[in-house]
Design a binder for this molecule. Structure first.
Ligand code: SF4
Length: 379
C-alpha cells in the first residue's frame, strides 16, 4: 500500500430534488446549509493538505455537484488547486445533472482544468426519466452534451440505467443508440436497484410498479455489451465501457485498491491500508470540522482475510481480472469455469460476460468460501 494518496473524491451532498430510486447521501439544496458546507469542506481541505500525496485523479461527485451556483463551485475548485500537489496529467472529473447545466458552469470547469465530465443522463426517453423522478428531460441531456463538446472538453461519459419499470429491450436499445450518437468517450450502465426507504420501494410494495424479470435484465445487459463493443466501446469493468485510452482512471484506482482521500459527508478514504469513514450526517460532519478535527468517525485496517476478500471482489469487477497465489481459490474458480462464469489462464482469473451478469451471486459465494475455508483463513 503506497504511503502517498494519488486520488481524491469530493462529495457534494445536495440535489434539487431527490430521485425516486436514490439511496445516495444527498439533501435538498438550502442556501444556509450550503454556506455551512462550503466552510466545512474548505476546513477539511486545510486539514488534509499536508498528508503525503501527488494527485493524479480528482472526482467531484454527489449528490449533484452541478446544482451549486458558480460562486461556490469556484471557491471549491480554487481551494483544491491551491492546497494540493496536482500531477500535470491529472484526470479531473465532475458529475453533472443535465437539469442544472449552464454555459457559465462549463466554462468555469474548463478554466479550472476539469477535463472529464460525467453526465447523469440515465435514459433518453422522457417517460422513463419521469418514472425515475429525474429533474431533467431528453432535450436537457442533448443540450448539455453540446455545451460540453463546444467548450473543448472531449472526454464525456454518460450514465444509463436499465431495468426501469416498464422498460422494454427496444427502449433500452434506443437510449444506448442515442447516447453513443453524442460522440462520447465512455458509458456506464447500471441496473436499477431498489433502495430501502425510497419512493420506488414504496410503489413496489403497494403494487404501483413492477420490476422486470431476470431474463429481461439479462437480455439488456448482454445486448449492451455486444452493441457497445460494435460501436468501439470496450468493456473494462462490469458496468463500464470506454473507447481506447478513455477508461476512468479514478475508478480504476478504487478497483486496484490504490490510496485515496474522500472529502465531504459520507465520503470514505483508504490510506496506508486503513479505511476511514466520514459521517453520513451533515450536522455531525459540521461539528467535527468546526472543532478543527478531521471527521473520521470509523476507521479500521484492511489486512489478512479482509484484504484477500477486497482484492478478489474489487479485482474481479475488471475485465482483466486478478492473479491468485492460492491454489485453493484457483480450484474454487475452476468449478465456476465449468459453468462458463470464469476464465482461468494459469493463475489469472477473470469473469466471462455471463459471470459479470451474475457477479453479485459469484461474489457472495467467494466470500462464503473464504470465511469457511481453513486454507484461505491462513493468509
Ligand atoms: S441526482 Fe443523483 S444523487 Fe441526486 S437524488 Fe438523483 S440519483 Fe440521487
Amino acid at each position: 500500500m503506497p504511503k502517498n494518496f494519488s486520488s481524491l473524491y469530493l462529495h457534494i451532498p445536495f440535489c434539487i430534488k431527490k430521485c425516486n430510486y436514490c439511496g445516495f447521501y444527498s439533501l435538498p439544496y438550502r442556501e444556509e446549509r450550503v454556506k455551512l458546507f462550503i466552510s466545512a469542506i474548505l476546513k477539511e481541505i486545510e486539514l488534509t493538505r499536508n498528508l503525503p500525496h501527488l494527485i493524479k485523479t480528482i472526482y467531484i461527485g454527489g449528490g449533484t455537484p452541478s446544482c451549486l451556483p458558480v460562486k461556490y463551485l469556484e471557491i471549491i475548485l480554487q481551494t483544491l488547486l491551491k492546497n494540493y500537489k496536482i500531477d500535470k496529467d491529472i484526470e479531473f472529473t465532475i458529475e453533472v445533472n443535465p437539469g442544472t447545466i449552464t454555459q457559465e458552469k462549463i466554462n468555469l470547469f474548463k478554466s479550472y482544468g476539469i477535463n472529464r465530465i460525467s453526465i447523469g443522463a440515465q435514459s433518453f426517453l422522457d417517460s422513463e426519466l419521469k418514472i425515475l423522478g429525474r429533474i431533467h428531460n431528453v432535450k436537457d441531456i442533448i443540450k448539455t452534451a453540446h455545451i460540453i463538446k463546444n467548450s473543448g472538453i472531449e472526454n464525456i461519459s454518460v450514465d444509463l440505467i436499465y431495468g426501469i419499470p416498464k422498460q422494454t429491450l427496444d427502449n433500452f436499445k434506443f437510449s444506448l443508440k442515442a447516447a453513443t450518437s453524442l460522440e462520447i468517450k465512455h458509458i456506464s450502465i447500471y441496473e436499477l436497484t431498489i433502495e430501502r426507504g425510497t419512493p420506488m420501494e414504496k410503489n413496489l410494495k403497494n403494487g404501483k410498479i413492477n420490476l422486470l424479470n431476470d431474463d429481461a435484465i439479462e437480455q439488456m445487459y448482454l445486448f449492451a455489451s455486444e452493441f457497445l463493443d460494435e460501436k468501439g466501446f470496450y468493456k473494462y469493468e462490469i458496468s463500464n465501457f470506454a473507447r481506447q485510452n478513455y477508461e476512468s482512471l479514478h475508478n480504476i484506482a478504487y478497483w486496484q485498491r490504490m490510496a485515496y482521500l474522500g472529502l465531504g459527508p459520507a465520503a470514505f478514504s483508504y490510506l496506508n491500508g486503513w479505511r476511514f469513514y466520514n459521517p453520513g450526517n451533515i450536522s455531525l460532519y459540521f461539528k467535527y470540522l468546526s472543532k478543527n478535527k478531521l471527521p473520521w468517525i470509523r476507521e479500521y485496517e484492511i489486512k489478512g482475510i479482509e484484504e484477500l476478500k477486497e482484492k478478489i471482489i474489487l479485482g474481479l469487477r475488471m475485465k482483466q481480472g486478478i492473479t491468485l497465489d492460492s491454489l485453493c481459490l484457483i480450484n474454487f474458480f475452476e468449478e465456476l469455469e465449468k459453468l462458463k462464469l470464469t476464465r482461468i489462464n494459469g493463475n489469472k482469473v477473470s469473469l466471462t460476460d455471463k459471470g459479470m451478469l451474475l457477479s453479485n451471486e459469484i461474489f457472495a459465494k467467494v466470500l462464503l468460501h473464504i470465511e469457511n475455508c481453513s486454507v484461505c483463513k491462513q493468509v
